[in-house]
Design a protein around this ligand. Structure first.
Ligand code: ZN
Length: 400
């Protein structure tokens, strides 16, 4: 298996020619040299083939002006499968590799949600390692919805410090009937643990909060920013577009220095909240600090589908493909790619402290997407290896 994934020596150098780079800043038409799993050089179009020595055996691919972007970073996915909220039979199975890579996600951060009882951090971490073996970049949050946290080593702090893929706490539930009804003291104790662990390790060191539809909304976070010395960046609420009042409060939180995370709900399921594309449009219109806004998929989470009488018709689960769909919706609204793309790439890398990801720049990881003129993702490279080419899946997960 690993022989199929590892690039053989003649493919170690690849020149992606004639690509229109959004890095996510627009750079124009360029040629990009990939060496192993890194971006080695960016040339003006045509210059690469002149400058690169002939004996280097570079595999040259001409993309004829197609758009090249960084791979998406999905900070919120139930990689072990989420759900289980309507009986044991509703536990979602583990999410396969191509569910992410085919949708343009080259880096994922896995987590536990409501069910942090039958599901464990050990199991989550093993799925992270599995996705890495299959060729994508993967990390995870420790804990889950509830206090006390589900951990491996006994505390969030030591999980983050000693377990390399663990970057912070999440998704920790507040303002939700499924939460542990955490107190203010419990919330700030956890926030201090992840903050200090982040300082020790250079990892994200944040607490990624699941927000429910409860009336207290962001009150615990607002109080923590007001009454403690903890930096606002430590408090990272997600699902903030799930209802309109919560979205308004979240916009105010941006001005305090928080980073907020929108969920790319599948089309037609955002009620009573905002579709992520609507929320992004409002953020741009209101001239909010866009660099503090990120978008994630909730992939693998449970999505019950009800008929008009409220009867459960079938169970589905969240998919990473809603990220790309949201991006296309924003472009249909006339929003510029360079304003929306950072929410799936560089903004996420920034808050998660992924130093080599989220941008097309020399020395960064070769996690790249090719998009056609309709901004459909046709080609996906993760760690310098093609996972999808010409819309065809090249690398599948072990059981796909
Ligand atoms: Zn959640």
């Amino acid at each position: 298996k690993s022989w199929a994934v590892m690039p053989t020596p003649p493919q170690m150098l690849q020149l992606l020619c004639n690509v229109n780079i959004y890095a996510p800043t627009p750079l124009g038409i360029k040629d990009v040299l990939i060496a192993g799993n890194k971006i080695a050089a960016i040339y003006d179009h045509g210059q690469g083939q002149i400058d690169i020595p002939k004996q280097w055996h570079v595999n040259i691919i001409n993309f004829e002006g197609a758009t090249l972007t960084p791979g998406f970073i999905d900070s919120h996915a139930h990689i072990t499968g989420g759900g289980g909220e309507a009986g044991f039979a509703t536990q979602v199975p583990p999410v396969g590799l191509t569910e992410f890579t085919h949708a343009g996600v080259t880096t994922v951060v896995g987590l536990l949600g409501t069910d942090d009882t039958t599901r464990s951090t050990e199991n989550l971490l093993s799925r992270v390692y599995g996705l890495r073996e299959e060729g994508m970049s993967a990390y995870c949050w420790t804990g889950g919805y509830h206090y006390p946290l589900t951990t491996i080593t006994g505390s969030a702090k030591s999980d983050i410090v000693f377990l390399e893929p663990v970057i912070g706490i999440g998704e920790f539930a507040i303002s939700d009937h499924r939460s542990s009804q955490p107190t203010f003291e419990e919330v700030i104790r956890l926030a201090s643990e992840t903050h200090v662990a982040g300082l020790i390790t250079g990892k994200a060191g944040i607490i990624h909060f699941h927000l429910g539809d409860g009336e207290k909304r962001l009150a615990l976070i607002e109080q923590a920013i007001r009454d403690t010395e903890l930096p606002a960046r430590v408090f990272n609420p997600t699902h903030v577009n799930r209802n309109k009042a919560l979205f308004e409060d979240s916009c105010k939180l941006l001005t305090q220095g928080c980073h907020i995370d929108l969920t790319a709900f599948p089309a037609g399921t955002a009620q009573p909240g905002w579709e992520a594309s609507d929320a992004i449009e409002m953020a741009i219109e209101r001239q909010l600090p866009l660099e503090q806004i990120t978008l994630s998929s909730d992939g693998g989470g449970c999505l019950p589908c009800f008929d008009p009488q409220g009867e459960l018709v079938h169970m589905d689960f969240g998919r990473a493909s809603t990220l790309g769909e949201t991006l296309v919706e924003t472009l249909h609204k006339g929003l510029p790619l360079e304003q929306v793309l950072p929410m799936l790439t560089s903004n996420v890398a920034n808050i998660l402290r992924f130093k080599n990801k989220g941008q097309i720049a020399v020395g960064f990881d070769a996690d790249l997407l090719i998009m056609n003129e309709k901004y459909e993702i046709t080609d996906v490279m993760a760690q310098g290896v093609w996972h999808k080419q010409n819309n065809q899946t090249i690398i599948k997960g072990t059981f796909e």
